[in-house]
Design a protein around this ligand. Structure first.
Ligand code: AMP
Ligand code: GLY
Length: 436
């Protein structure tokens, strides 16, 4: 089996690691990949949105499966491109059709889908230049805080939580009249603020059946104590202590099952991951957002706990047989801590050499097995002349598995203390609410 993985982050390195463990012993190709993925296969320097180039790789290398990491190619219709091209239509591709990817690509689409299928989410209004005045009135009369969301993909920056009406009205004007987020913000969802604690739930679906993967919680803010600017994610843990069996039953009954049923009713072709961004309000789960892919850095903990053969799961997805596999979770606790480059999520340098000092001391790293251990996933790296250099804001995700959450976090920190690049920073309080 030859598999092409699209993307270049920690999530894709984690996919490579997990796929490489399959008993089918797949040969992996990664486009464009990073210095970490190169340890598991061949990196190919093509753009993840250049579908013709991807098709050429699939044909020249006899690829049988394509694993899509980030959302952009999915929202741009890579699934439909494959299905509409005779020579590549039988390749298994993990991801929904362009229409299914609208669950992430358009907040307005996602909200109207949830409303139609009675999936619990914040109350909202949808506005554009056509009903701009109504929007101003809606915001003026809205309780505070009020949440403004650019409809389209805005690189994680399109959500604004406003604490006064003047600010909200000004931002709304900026989005619709001044194109603050370009076309992504021409339509705006205005919604009520939900107060609670967030977590992420993941399923893999074949459009009819689904399997539930281990849940996770990520830490989005740059500074300790959840302060400062939003990032792509500074760390994650799994399991999530407050996601009790009772709570997860509510998630399944009120959110996951109506979503899968809704996709079928609306005839939306969806074979891939659904990432439910949830918030627990009192004791009830509500949906903050859908994503049409796995999370990053959540994947770097979820895959540590998933004990199934991932290639087999993707094949079952392609054959619409996801009613058959029984998912097995490792009961241990996983944590990942992300090392970022100084200045991230704003301006930061790249090309900085990374010292992996723990490699000098092989005893320092506890290799991962069922009982536990450590994986150093690369997020933004590339091979330099004689060393690995940084190539992004998020540089590494150090993931550990252990009996307790506190131990897993300590293992990751111990390794991070033996890694160095200029300006390296990581949060030392990942999982802080749940450990003493
Ligand atoms: P999104 O891009 O929709 O995930 O939003 C980014 C972040 O904004 C979420 O992870 C939440 O922390 C926050 N957020 C979004 N919508 C709401 C809401 N209705 N109430 C409270 N916080 C929200
Ligand atoms: N860590 C959040 C995301 O992948 O969207």
């Amino acid at each position: 089996m030859k598999i092409l993985i699209l993307g270049s982050g920690g999530r894709e390195h984690a996919f490579c690691w997990k796929l490489s463990q399959s008993k089918s012993r797949p040969k992996l190709y990664i486009a464009p990949g990073n210095a970490g993925t190169a340890q598991f296969g061949e990196n190919i320097a093509i753009d993840i949105n250049d579908f013709e180039a991807i098709k050429n790789v699939c044909l020249s290398q006899d690829i049988e499966m394509v694993v899509v990491g980030p959302e952009e190619p999915l929202v741009n219709g890579i699934y439909d491109f494959f299905k509409n091209n005779k020579s590549i239509k039988d390749i298994i591709i993990t991801g929904p059709s362009g229409q299914g990817a609208q669950l992430e690509g358009s907040k307005a689409f996602a909200k109207s889908f949830m409303q139609k299928h009675q999936i619990p989410t914040a109350k909202y209004g949808e506005f554009n230049s056509g009903n701009f005045k109504e929007g101003l009135e809606y915001i003026q009369n809205h309780p505070l805080p009020v949440v403004l969301k650019a409809d389209g993909l805005a690189a994680g920056k399109g959500v604004l939580i406003c604490n006064n009406h003047a600010e909200a009205l000004a931002e709304f004007d900026q989005m619709i009249q001044q194109s603050k987020f370009g076309d992504a913000g021409k339509k705006v969802v205005v919604e009520e603020f939900l107060d609670g604690i967030e977590m992420s739930v993941f399923v893999l679906t074949d459009g009819k059946n689904y399997v539930l993967l281990p849940e996770a919680k990520d830490y989005k803010k740059i500074n300790e104590g959840d302060k400062g600017l939003n990032t792509g994610g500074m760390g994650a843990i799994s399991p999530v202590p407050f996601a009790t069996h009772h709570f997860m039953q509510k998630v399944v009954e009120r959110i996951i099952e109506p979503t899968i049923k809704g996709l079928q009713e609306d005839k939306i072709d969806y074979k891939g991951f659904i990432f439910f961004g949830l918030i627990k309000v009192d004791e009830d789960p509500m949906v903050i957002e859908y994503n049409c892919r796995m999370g990053d850095p959540e994947t770097e903990v979820v895959l540590l706990r998933l004990q199934n053969d991932l290639v087999e799961l993707f094949i079952a997805m392609g054959q619409e047989k996801l009613d058959q596999p029984k998912i097995i979770f490792n009961k241990n606790n996983a944590a990942t801590i992300v090392a970022v480059s100084g200045g991230y999520p704003e301006k930061y340098a790249t090309g900085l050499p990374i010292d992996f000092n723990y490699l000098q001391n092989p005893e320092a790293i506890k290799h991962l097995d069922e009982d536990g251990g450590i994986m150093v996933f690369h997020a933004g790296t590339k091979p330099g002349n004689n060393e690995v250099v940084t190539n992004g804001g998020r540089v590494l995700a150090v993931s550990s598995l252990s009996d307790t959450l506190a131990d897993a976090i300590e293992l990751s920190k111990t390794i991070l203390e033996q890694i160095h690049f200029k300006g390296m920073y990581f949060r030392k309080d990942i999982g802080y609410e749940f450990v003493d």
